[in-house]
Each structure stands twice: as C-alpha cells, then as structure tokens.
Design a protein around this ligand. Structure first.
Ligand SMILES: [Zn+2]
Length: 146
C-alpha cells in the first residue's frame, strides 16, 4: 500500500511503501497528515498521507540523481530482493559485469544471497528469473528518508 508524502507546504513529493512510511514516523522525519480511521499498524494508525517535518528544497533533491552506491541500491529497494521478495543484503547486476553491465541505478537491484548466487553470470531472461521490481534512479530525498 502506497503512502503519499507531502512537503511542509503540502505539495506532494512522492509515494512510499507503508513499511517505509512507518520508518519515517519512527525517525520523526514525518508526521501523519491523514490515516485510515480503523486500521492500525502496530501502535500507529495506518497512514494514508504523511507530511515532512522539515521543508525540503526540491531543486536539490530532484535535480539530479545521487551517485550510485551499493548501499543506495539496498535503500532504494528497502532491502527487498528484486527476484523473490526476501530480505536482500547483496546487489545484483541485471546485466552481469562480465557482460559489460555497469554500476548504475538502472542496472542494479537488491538481491538475496540465494537469488544472486542462482542467477550468477546470466541476465534475468537467461536465468529464467524475471525481475519483480523496476530499477530506477532514486531522488536524494528518497535515499535520505530510507
Ligand atoms: Zn531472492
């Protein structure tokens, strides 16, 4: 379930997963703007819309994707394996490095050890392991909030 995140001036920024939204609440970077009246998530009402506590300048945060890092890929994908959905601790190159695949946001996804080892030096179609998520360049805000 997607949760909408608003800037302090109530402009919509993006949507995040419920799990991600709860993380933002726990770190007090956002507050609940509106919630489902009769759903709870742990001790929280289940949020529909969050509002950031501090204003973020969108020019910086959206102007250019941040530099690629393994840690950033794991954050972007919420430590979830792009192949099976388990907890991911490794980063898989969609086009393997041995075939010219680079360290870019669009060529890398979070993967669990099992899937990474099983896929090995193959593309998802060669390995018969379709990606469940889409690799994309995250905004700076997304990585900061993750
Ligand atoms: Zn996996």
């Amino acid at each position: 379930m997607a949760v909408l995140v608003l800037n302090t001036d109530n402009t919509a920024l993006h949507t995040v997963s419920l799990q991600h939204a709860i993380g933002m609440l726990l770190r007090k970077v956002a507050v609940i703007e509106s919630a489902h009246p009769d759903l709870v998530f742990g001790s929280y009402p289940q949020p529909e819309v969050l509002r950031l506590v501090r204003y973020v300048k969108t020019t910086f945060l959206y102007g250019r994707a941040p530099g690629w890092t393994k840690r950033g890929v794991l954050k972007r994908d919420s430590h979830t394996c792009g192949y099976c959905g388990d907890r991911a601790t490794t980063v898989d190159h969609i086009l393997p490095q041995s075939k010219g695949g680079r360290n870019t946001w669009t060529n890398t996804v979070a993967a669990c050890h099992t899937c990474n080892a099983r896929k090995a030096n193959r593309t998802p179609s060669e390995a018969g392991m379709p990606l469940k998520t889409k690799a994309y360049a995250p905004s700076r805000l997304q990585l900061m909030a993750a």
